[in-house]
Design a binder for this molecule. Structure first.
Ligand code: ADP
Ligand code: MG
Length: 575
């Protein structure tokens, strides 16, 4: 194997030459205490930066076994090391020269602790995957500057961020135990009959709509469960924790405007992920199969059976295999629910703020004016109970605008100046005192979820000369070949690296599992199982550092939003 001296020799030799000469450094170098891989050299200074890896033997890195002894800990340790590497790289990086010259960077996690490919930990070694903008003046190689980056700055970053002895042990331990406790709590929810849990003392509000760090200015009300909903769990590290349990079934969150309803629901939505210490939501956890649902007018829908909610469209258009390039508020919300159920959702989370009114409610007076025959929509109100009895799918719903839901709710939580109160008994009392005169319109069963088979030919990741071109635009869109998949209404996506891996997973699923016979849900099972077994690296032949963990629901959401998607229904009228 070459040494760092060999690398230096090449860099000094190509100094001043055309940028392409950098290709000569692709390879593997023994760098004293670690191994440096130069996997991919960028084509020019303005292209995506070059991809590198360092691998430190565990004996040298020195992490005690208990810091990565299970999946929770390993993921949290990798996350911690990614953050440490980012900080050190940020300190030493000096951008100068053309394009990305001088850049040294690694994936940058936010408030969540996600599985990532930025740092991989095995019992044998620790590997960090990062990028470097190989420096240039114009398009000429700056060999001496590159030498400083690769043979002096990178080793310094490695030593500071990947060696146990140089890290803050207390912070590392807190990171790991926080994630482990959250995972343990999440795993205990279903057995306790709960779908979510919000620990007393949690801080739910965020700084702003674009800053997900905890609110710290002004009055911040810390969370406290009402006595009747209070539950206790014993966690492996923190011991006993108390807080509000949200039971299975149908839960309404009511209360005046600006009293904290949406803030609570948002915290529950993101409770499917673990949070970093100091986030305020470390012990706000939700079962893994909880899916946020909202209206999303304008989206495309491909042969979704929305007949449980919508039938008798004008001019006899079918809703058993409903297609549109431009869904309305109500049809998009119906499709979002049916697609989530198809993907296996066990809990639906809805907020009136982002729901279509005519999808949620239809009161007595409107029933009198517009007869059932003239109204294609069966409101969610008449279906939410059946979802639970027929499919065991629970719902948590923010609804400050209509008391009609009191009839179907199991639990009613009122947010009152940011604090929850259990008003279930009072709501039931009101419901029996003032009977809603409206008629039930939902029939006696929810209806079938018709499975669909995605057709591989309709997913084309190619662009120009490139056979595969996949990327992310923040957390808002995936670029898949020449297509842009709009995910701005898929609210449980938190990290651009999730979109990278989802885009790649679409391609992986197409190549490996879309055979014209497998249903979408079977394909999701297969991909999920592969990733669980082999990690996110199974998705790509290249060792990339910018993939992050994602759920099957968001993968399904991306497939369903690809505007070219074609499917065949199984067993439906058109199967
Ligand atoms: P609602 O959905 O009931 O109308 P929101 O959840 O949108 O209310 O909250 C309204 C405002 O109050 C938001 O700016 C939010 O950040 C803030 N807020 C929410 N919960 C708290 C809290 N516990 N402490 C302080 N401010 C809060
Ligand atoms: Mg709100």
């Amino acid at each position: 194997m070459s040494s760092l001296q060999d690398l230096r020799r090449i860099l000094l030799r190509i100094d001043g030459r055309g940028y392409k000469a950098y290709k000569d450094i692709e390879g593997v170098y023994q760098a004293g205490s670690f191994t440096l891989f130069v996997d991919h050299v960028q084509g020019d200074p303005f292209a995506a930066p070059s991809r590198l890896r360092v691998r430190v033997p565990m004996k040298v890195a020195g992490f005690p076994g208990q810091t990565f002894s299970n999946r929770s800990r390993r993921t949290a340790l990798a996350d911690f090391l990614t953050r440490a590497f980012y900080r050190e790289a940020d300190k030493l990086e000096r951008k100068s020269g053309s394009g990305k010259s001088g850049m040294i960077s690694i994936d940058r996690p936010g408030q969540e602790i996600l599985e990532r490919t930025s740092v991989i930990i095995t019992s044998e070694w620790v590997e960090a995957r990062f990028v470097v903008g190989l420096p240039a003046a114009g398009r000429r190689v700056l060999g001496k500057v590159a030498d400083e980056i690769l043979t002096s700055k990178v080793p310094a970053i490695v030593e500071k961020s990947l060696f146990y002895r140089n890290l803050d042990h207390e912070a590392l331990n807190l990171h790991i135990t926080t994630a482990e406790d959250a995972d343990a709590l999440r795993a205990a929810l279903r057995k306790a009959g709960l779908v979510a849990f919000v620990a007393d003392g949690s801080i739910l509000p965020r700084r702003s709509g674009i800053d997900p760090r905890p609110l710290s200015q002004g009055t911040v009300v810390t969370f406290k469960s009402p006595p009747s909903l209070s539950r206790a769990f014993r966690l492996p590290n923190r011991g006993v924790v108390r807080g509000m349990g949200i039971p299975e079934g149908i839960t309404l969150i009511v209360g005046g405007g600006y009293h904290g309803k949406s803030t609570l629901l948002n915290a529950i939505e993101l409770g499917v992920y673990n949070h970093i210490p100091g986030d305020g939501r470390e012990l706000v956890v939700t079962v893994k199969d909880a899916v946020k649902i909202r209206a999303e007018d304008g989206r495309r829908v491909e042969k979704v059976d929305i007949s449980p909610f919508i039938s008798n469209l004008p001019f006899g258009r079918s809703t058993r295999d409903f297609c549109t390039d431009n869904a309305s508020g109500s049809t998009s919300q119906a499709a979002n629910i049916v697609e989530a159920l198809e993907a296996g959702a066990g809990v639906l989370l809805l907020d009136e703020d982002t729901s279509a009114t005519n999808f949620m409610i239809r009161d007595h007076r409107m029933q009198e004016l517009v007869s059932k025959e003239k109204e294609p929509i069966t409101p969610f109100l008449d279906k939410v109970r059946q979802l639970f009895t027929d499919y065991r799918v629970s719902t948590v719903l923010v609804m400050g605008g209509s008391g009609d839901y009191f009839d179907v709710a199991d639990t009613v939580i009122m947010m009152d100046e940011y604090l929850p109160r259990d008003v279930t008994a009072r709501a039931k009392e009101i419901a029996s005192k003032y009977r809603a005169e409206r008629k039930h319109e939902g029939g006696d069963r929810f209806g079938d979820i018709t499975p669909r088979v995605p057709l591989s030919g309709s997913l084309d990741p190619s662009k120009g000369k490139r056979e595969v071109k996949i990327g992310a635009r923040g957390v808002k869109a995936i670029l898949f070949g020449t297509h842009e998949i709009d995910l701005s209404a898929v609210e449980q996506l938190v990290d651009p690296s999730q979109l990278n891996s989802i885009g790649q997973a679409m391609y992986y699923a197409r190549e490996k599992y879309m055979d014209g016979a497998r249903s979408l849900s079977a394909i999701l099972d297969a991909v999920e199982q592969d990733v669980a077994q082999g990690g996110l690296d199974v998705l790509d032949r290249r060792p990339l550092g910018d993939y992050a963990g994602f759920r099957r629901y968001e993968l399904a959401a991306a497939i369903n939003r690809l505007r070219t998607l074609k499917v065949r229904q199984i067993g439906g009228e058109n199967g």
